[in-house]
Design a protein around this ligand. Structure first.
Ligand SMILES: Nc1ncnc2c1ncn2[C@@H]1O[C@H](COP(=O)(O)OP(=O)(O)OP(=O)(O)O)[C@@H](O)[C@H]1O
Length: 288
């Protein structure tokens, strides 16, 4: 397994207040990795340390390959035209302008417009185009689709997937759970400057432990008094809906109840927790 990014025991303080408390994670080459966390959790600080624009106090950070950075609030000279910015970055990187990429990002539509005339979404697309000049091997994106319209978001997701397909490693900070679920191979949840979860989205939502709801249709209502592993939380279209922390135990318990009550189980479906639900669980644990 080839690693593109390694972070070991990374610590960072601002003015004596520690905001990263020794975090560890790795990103494999060619994967899309997301940093999630509430406002102020430390995502941008972590990305900035990796991007090489922020000093850290202790620990180690390694990035293998050329870096491309889409800044969160990057600002260019107000009267610089988008096309001039692209030419300028290409000259600095000693690389040709990739017209195809500009078209895919929709930047070609406003190349003649000055930076100050661009909308938030257009600026974001331009910043991504600039980050991609020279073909980075490791790309850093800070909330890449914030401020983009639906079409822009879809186009950008398609482009991010295309870039991953070309072997690029992508690290992104995001608040958009649907985006993370759609794009990312693995993720870390930062909570107050420490890692609260590290793994894949499937591991986060969990096949069993992370599942929450069980829908069951019985031939007649079984006796449900004193359930230990689940609780009835509603009925919908003839199905009983249960909530459980351990679905396996809940299923066994309900099957036993059905047998005791001599009723048949006609249908069972489980609903897994979404990334958002698990994220909120972790956020709540933080304040508990
Ligand atoms: N330049 C700075 N000077 C002092 N404190 C800072 C600075 N930048 C960030 N912080 C503090 O460090 C902590 C982490 O901030 P950071 O921007 O890394 O979080 P974040 O997870 O990216 O938040 P957001 O989701 O709001 O962008 C916060 O408490 C923030 O107030």
């Amino acid at each position: 397994m080839e690693l593109a990014v390694t972070v070991k025991a990374l610590r960072k303080s601002y003015g004596g207040r520690e905001v990263l408390h020794g975090i560890d994670f790795c990103v494999r080459r060619g994967e899309i990795f997301a940093l999630l966390g509430a406002n102020g959790a430390g995502k941008t600080t972590t990305l900035e340390c990796l991007e090489g624009i922020r000093r850290w106090d202790d620990g180690a950070v390694e990035v293998q390959g050329r870096r491309g950075v889409q800044l969160q609030s990057a600002s260019l000279p107000a009267n610089l035209r988008a096309g001039e910015a692209v030419e300028l970055f290409a000259r600095w990187a000693n690389a040709p302008v990739d017209r195809g990429q500009l078209a895919r990002l929709g930047v070609d539509a406003f190349l003649r417009r000055q930076y100050r005339e661009l909308s938030t979404g257009q600026k974001r697309r331009l910043h991504l185009a600039l980050a991609l000049v020279g073909g980075p091997e490791v790309l850093f994106l800070d909330e890449p689709t914030a401020g983009l319209d639906v079409e822009g978001r879809a186009a950008l997701h398609a482009e991010i997937q295309r870039l991953r397909g070309s072997g690029m490693t992508i690290l992104m900070a995001s608040h958009d759970m649907a985006e993370v679920e759609e794009l990312c191979d693995s993720l870390a949840i930062l909570k107050d400057g420490s890692i609260a979860f590290l793994g894949t989205a499937a591991e986060l939502t969990g096949q069993w432990g992370g599942s929450r709801r069980l829908r069951m249709r019985f031939s007649a209502p079984p006796s449900l008094a004193g359930l230990a592993f689940c609780r009835l939380c509603g009925e919908e279209q003839g199905e009983m809906i249960f909530e459980a922390d351990d679905l396996r135990a809940a299923l066994a318990e309900l099957a036993a109840r059905a047998a005791e009550s001599q009723v048949e189980i006609q249908n069972v479906t489980t609903e897994h927790a979404s990334i958002e639900e698990r994220f909120l669980d972790i956020a709540r644990e933080e304040t508990a």
